[in-house]
Ligand binder design. Structure first.
Ligand SMILES: [Zn+2]
Length: 170
């Protein structure tokens, strides 16, 4: 399958001509996403996996040019409660409105919540567009729906340690 990394598009032309691009992107090529992955994903690049991506250009009913970003795959994040890895399935489909250089930025209060806006670039790296949408899809605090604190009650032990130290001094 085509590799997305390194591909650069003229975003307005891409949308105007209704072009499509399908390919895959290694999670490892998304540096800002890699920051939040589970530590054990550091063992090797292969473990991080690849995302399937599709980019389509078009024009909406109001005549505005947009890009439709679709991403599927999964990421292994680190659960902030039990610190084990947490598999996050991705199924992103988001429409990004293109704001031509010099054009007024859409009013936040009027903007459609379902669409993000980005400045249209003549040389837009596709991987950066996809990374932005993946970052938006990540939970603020990744956690399993139900899990326990680490085995052996690390949390309790840490909390009790100052008292344990005092006890030893007596
Ligand atoms: Zn957990």
């Amino acid at each position: 399958m085509k590799q997305i990394v390194g591909i650069v598009i003229d975003s307005l032309a891409f949308a105007r001509e209704g072009r499509h691009l399908v390919g895959q992107l290694a999670v490892n090529d998304l540096p800002r996403v890699a920051d939040v992955l589970a530590d054990d994903a550091d063992d090797g690049d292969d473990l991080r996996g690849v995302l399937s991506c599709r980019l389509s250009g078009g024009r909406n009913d109001a005549g505005k040019l947009f890009l439709l970003v679709e991403v599927s795959g999964e990421l292994r994040l680190k659960c902030q409660r039990c610190l084990e890895s947490l598999v996050l399935p991705l199924d992103i489909k988001s429409q990004v409105m293109l704001v031509p250089p010099g054009a007024p930025w859409p009013d936040e209060s009027l903007a459609d919540d379902t669409a993000d806006a980005v400045e249209a670039l003549a040389e837009q790296p596709v991987a950066a567009l996809i990374e932005e949408e993946v970052l938006l899809a990540l939970p603020v605090v990744p956690r399993h729906e139900s899990c326990a604190l680490p085995e052996g009650g690390d949390h309790d032990r840490r909390a009790a340690s100052p008292f344990a130290a005092l006890a030893r001094l007596k």
